[in-house]
Design a protein around this ligand. Structure first.
Ligand SMILES: [Zn+2]
Length: 455
């Protein structure tokens, strides 16, 4: 016993000595023009990082002993935030993933996707279904390289809904590959929503994802589907609220969007039927929208998974006609809109799609709004996971201000004048393979740690 106590005392002393020595590292970034996540003007100044936080923003900062990084007059901005990715879904089709993916295939894909996102400048990713908390644990422990990760765990989807990955012949109630891995769960009652919603938080979810509409390339669901009763959606909101968090809902049709908002859903995903009436309700409820703008690209009808499947092509055509008003409505009645790519597929294909989604944002809404979407709005969205469920509760994300997390990019030139410098790509299906990291993104810092520096 005495030996044990002595050993413990030594350990405590050693820990104390270590704590004294390890003052937070200080990095002073000088000579940069700062986009703070919100303002449409760049500010000339310096940024002091202490440990994993931004300690000061301004001029003539006293930072004796700090490592100095000369930004050379380039632009410094917050790390980007992806609000709707599926890091664990390798594609190419839903049945293929359900039938032929083992957990190793999925985990390896997730690790590679995580690294791709970080090296494209995304320091935070919200996962919109499929990933549990394990990926975040591996990233945050430094075992693999990737962005901060907000998982939704299993999609919650009704029988035949948009996340019903089961085979055509699968009987009701039979467990699927994806249900066994807690990547998608069938919920057909309030009790199911409660059971699987709570299990999701237990598995490391930071918010819940409810599939409230159908889709275009999925097998059983018309895109116009209004899935989930008001009671079932309210049950998801209630479970999320137990954890101080919120629900994101995959909603296409106006009825679906309204049902979601009225039940207390805070994040409308896709929201293609968005109009000014919806905008009014969203503002009243403090809700956000994230939309994959590739849905408005004429090239959508040329995707092999759409073009070669008559049922999908018909669905895509009718959806495109209904969604035609989105861009104009968003300009007329703007609401808080987060960046989303929603790529399911190979790492190389998703790299291209992410770059193209950046480009479409700029094309439809201009550089300033696109940068706000990519940074501060995304930070507000992920913070809705709440004080005790948010894995990163210490500081703000998506802004350059004192006290915020030190998630920082330095890019060549001025993205408000030339949006290509943030790694936007002008082509989708006929694009060349993209570099591992855009040349114009010179520095990538996450949580105070530098992952790329080519200055
Ligand atoms: Zn999605």
């Amino acid at each position: 016993m005495k030996i044990l106590l002595t050993t413990l005392a030594c350990l405590l002393m050693a820990a104390g000595a270590f704590a004294q020595e390890a003052a937070p590292t200080r990095v002073l970034i000088t000579n940069v023009k700062i986009f703070d996540g919100k303002n449409d003007k760049l500010i000339n100044g310096d940024v002091l990082v202490e440990g994993n936080l931004i300690a000061k923003v301004g001029r003539n900062i006293d930072a004796s002993g700090a490592t100095v990084v000369d930004g050379g007059g380039r632009t410094l901005l917050p790390g980007f935030i992806e609000n709707h990715a599926h890091l664990m879904l390798p594609g190419p089709t839903l049945p293929a993933m359900e039938a032929n993916s083992t957990w190793e295939d999925l985990a390896i894909h997730g690790a590679k996707m995580a690294e791709m996102y970080l090296m494209q400048g995304f320091t935070t990713v919200r996962d919109a279904g499929g990933a549990n908390g394990g990926l975040r644990r591996a990233i945050d422990a430094g075992t693999i390289t990737g962005p901060r990760h907000y998982a939704s765990a299993a999609f919650l989807s009704t029988r035949g809904g948009h996340a019903d990955f089961a085979n055509y012949t699968a009987p009701v109630g039979q467990s699927s590959n994806f249900s066994r891995l807690n990547m998608a769960q069938e919920v057909d009652s309030v009790a199911d929503v409660q059971k699987f919603g709570r299990n999701n938080f237990r598995m490391g979810a930071t918010q819940l994802k409810f599939m409230q509409s159908g889709g275009v390339v999925s097998a059983f669901d018309p895109w116009q589907l209004v899935a989930g009763s008001p009671e079932e959606i309210a049950a998801a909101v209630q479970v999320a609220n137990e954890y101080g968090s919120y629900v994101m809902a995959h909603s296409y049709r106006k009825e679906a969007i309204m049902n979601a908002l009225n039940a207390g859903v805070k994040s409308i995903e896709h929201g293609f039927s968005f109009d000014c009436e919806i905008a009014k309700v969203m503002k009243k409820k403090g809700a956000y929208i994230t939309t994959n703008l590739t849905a408005f690209d004429p090239g959508l009808l040329d995707i092999p998974a759409v073009k070669n499947v008559p049922a999908s092509l018909a669905k895509a055509k009718s959806a495109s006609a209904t969604f035609a008003g989105y861009i104009d409505n968003m300009k007329k009645c703007p609401v808080k809109r987060g960046f989303q790519t929603d790529c399911v597929g190979s790492v190389e294909a998703c790299n291209i799609q992410v770059a193209y989604e950046k480009h479409l944002n700029n094309q439809f809404f201009g550089p300033h709004q696109s940068l706000v979407t990519l940074t501060s709005t995304g930070g507000e969205i992920v913070a809705m996971s709440g004080d005790f469920t948010n894995p990163y509760p210490e500081a703000k994300l998506g802004v350059i201000e004192e006290g915020a997390y030190a998630d920082i990019l330095i890019v060549d030139g001025n993205p408000l004048e030339d949006f290509s410098v943030v790694g936007a790509g002008t082509k989708w299906f006929d694009a060349e393979p993209r570099p591992e990291s855009p040349e114009t993104i010179r520095v990538i810092m996450k949580d105070g740690k530098i992952y790329k520096n080519t200055l």
